[in-house]
Design a protein around this ligand. Structure first.
Ligand SMILES: *[C@@H]1O[C@H](CO)[C@@H](O)[C@H](O)[C@H]1NC(C)=O
Ligand SMILES: *[C@@H]1O[C@H](CO)[C@@H](O)[C@H](O)[C@H]1NC(C)=O
Ligand SMILES: *[C@@H]1O[C@H](CO)[C@@H](O)[C@H](O)[C@H]1NC(C)=O
Length: 510
């Protein structure tokens, strides 16, 4: 987009927002609250994502009526990609609107304020604009990676459920908890919803009078391993309806650097006893695969039911029309497709994740967008939806800049569904001293694996690659065949390589 057309866009956007919020005089009474919901390891396999136009491999439908309802009143991003498919790097990225090469968070230990810069996070931005900002469960990666839930982000004490340790056993990869067990020790996410409801009730009066709006961040721990959920959810998925993945093998011509040995799953007692190596083109036995898929689906439906409770409480308190709701999973998850498990890859299954944003007055009838978008886009979108300004784009060196974005607001998608600008999504995954940089275009996924060092501003050595991958989603939506070396794809590869090396910044000027 040129500058003129984007400022025109901003102007029409502003007018639209004013109209949607019913008054051109914006007073504090009109400030919207935000309910920001994150689910851990939830891939984009919700009911709302199924159907002929769903761009990823077709999966059986999961039962997610509450998220489907939310989706039907939201801007639903069917092709949203995370910047790095693991917890802390992805969350740090979308909570600061900067990419891993700027936050310098590639692992589960580094804290962005120490290794990247003293960036203003999304909840902190609302805090600094007079909001009550409240967090619970898993928003930032806990512990060292966030200096303990990133204290500058919140105005009120952070909440952790007490039963977390009890239910996070390393003995079994999944468990259907009985009613009696839960009565004795509620599941962590059940405690989170209970606390969220309590907080909503507490925050409602001041939010409704316009005295103090809220930014309430609710981070669910599931469907992350171990898949623990109330046993009744298992009954939603009769074993006869659970199927093996169609492609339990690695892509043809895949470079070994692309592979994860899914240690995160293999270390659970029940999986460890199978003695699996996790090597390329080995996978988990069929009967165990079916059990894991069934348990994962059950855990997703369980989280869906908890989201339903939150939405019901918002309605009940009369806050639904004054609260923006966003829902995301922090990245996708391999459930045996390509023989892979967990995340930790650059494949579609790991980088593609659910994202939806409900903005009262703007998305009431639901808007489905299949534009390629990125998780760094969320922060500027929510800030604009709340009419709290437009974030400037970060310069190349932004470690000293507290507020800026390496994404783009998605609000234009609301009134211009078919954006004519072609778009790309960028993700990355580090492995063995290399960084796999990947670009998703509307038809292809293309990846290069150059050497990588953690220097502050590091330029990858593109001449020295440990692997190149190209998947043609038009004829191979499951990423079963790497065609990077096929002569007939030579010109496509060349074009995508240029785009990849230019990176997201290269797209800004187009
Ligand atoms: C980081 O920023 C916060 C507020 O934005 C400020 O209170 C704090 O002192 C800063 N920390 C450092 C190390 O600069
Ligand atoms: C994995 O197995 C499949 C199916 O047998 C085969 O086509 C593919 O080339 C193998 N991939 C690798 C990377 O060995
Ligand atoms: C899977 O099948 C094997 C052999 O057929 C059996 O020993 C094992 O107990 C089964 N595991 C599960 C979880 O059903």
């Amino acid at each position: 987009m040129s500058t003129t057309s984007s400022s025109l866009t901003m102007l029409s956007l502003f007018l639209l927002l004013c109209a949607a919020f019913g008054n051109s005089r914006i007073t504090t009474n009109h400030r919207k609250n935000v309910l920001f919901i994150v689910s851990d390891d939830m891939r984009a396999q919700l009911g709302a994502y199924s159907g002929p136009n769903f761009p990823s491999p077709i999966h059986p439908q999961m039962i997610t009526p509450n998220l489907d309802r939310l989706a039907s009143e939201s801007l639903l991003l069917t092709r949203a990609y995370v910047q790095q498919a693991t917890c802390s790097p992805s969350r740090t990225s979308f909570l600061t609107s900067r990419r891993p090469d700027t936050t310098h968070v590639y692992d589960l230990k580094s804290y962005f304020r120490k290794v990247g810069g003293n960036f203003t996070t999304l909840p902190q931005y609302f805090k600094e604009h007079g909001y009550e900002s409240v967090g619970m469960g898993k928003i930032f990666h806990p512990g060292k990676a966030s200096g303990g839930d990133d204290p500058p982000s919140w105005t009120l004490p952070y909440f952790h459920p007490r039963s977390k340790r009890h239910w996070t056993t390393k003995e079994r990869s999944w468990y259907a908890a009985t009613h009696d067990e839960r009565k004795k020790r509620p599941l962590p996410d059940e405690q989170i919803v209970k606390h969220a409801v309590k907080m909503l009730r507490k925050l409602a009066p001041k939010a409704k009078s316009g005295q103090k709006p809220f930014f309430l961040a609710v981070g669910f721990y599931k469907p992350h391993l171990p898949f623990v959920f109330p046993e009744e959810f298992l009954a939603m998925y009769p074993p006869s309806e659970i199927h093996l993945p169609p492609n339990p093998y690695a892509p043809e011509n895949m470079p070994s650097i692309a592979w994860t040995t899914y240690r995160e799953l293999r270390m659970f007692g029940d999986i460890a006893q199978l003695g699996l190596s996790g090597d390329i083109n080995t996978t988990i036995p069929s009967n165990v695969t079916l059990d894991l898929r069934r348990a994962y689906y059950s855990a997703v439906s369980y989280i869906d039911s908890l989201v339903g409770k939150l939405l019901a409480e918002l309605d009940h308190l009369g806050l639904a029309q004054s609260t923006i709701i966003s829902f995301v999973g922090d990245h996708g998850w391999h459930l045996g497709e390509n023989g892979e498990w967990t995340k930790h890859t650059n494949f579609e299954q790991a980088t593609h994740a659910p994202m939806m944003i409900r903005i009262p007055g703007l998305t009431d009838h639901g808007i489905v967008s299949d534009q390629l978008v990125e998780f760094v886009d969320m922060y500027p979108t929510i800030v604009e939806a709340a009419m709290l300004g437009t974030l400037p784009v970060c310069p190349e060196e932004s470690s000293h800049i507290e507020v800026c974005t390496e994404g783009t607001s998605l609000l234009p998608l609301i009134f211009n569904r078919q954006s004519e600008a072609s778009s790309y999504a960028f993700s990355q995954w580090p492995r063995s001293g290399k960084m796999g940089y990947t670009i998703r275009s509307s038809r292809y996924r293309y990846t290069e694996w150059p050497k990588f060092r953690r220097h502050h501003i590091y330029k990858p050595k593109w001449g020295d690659l440990a692997g190149v991958e190209l998947y043609d989603h038009l004829i191979d939506p499951e990423e079963n065949r790497n065609v990077a070396y096929d002569p007939e794809y030579a010109s496509v590869r060349c074009e995508l390589s240029l785009l990849l090396r230019e990176g997201w910044r290269g797209q800004e000027t187009n």
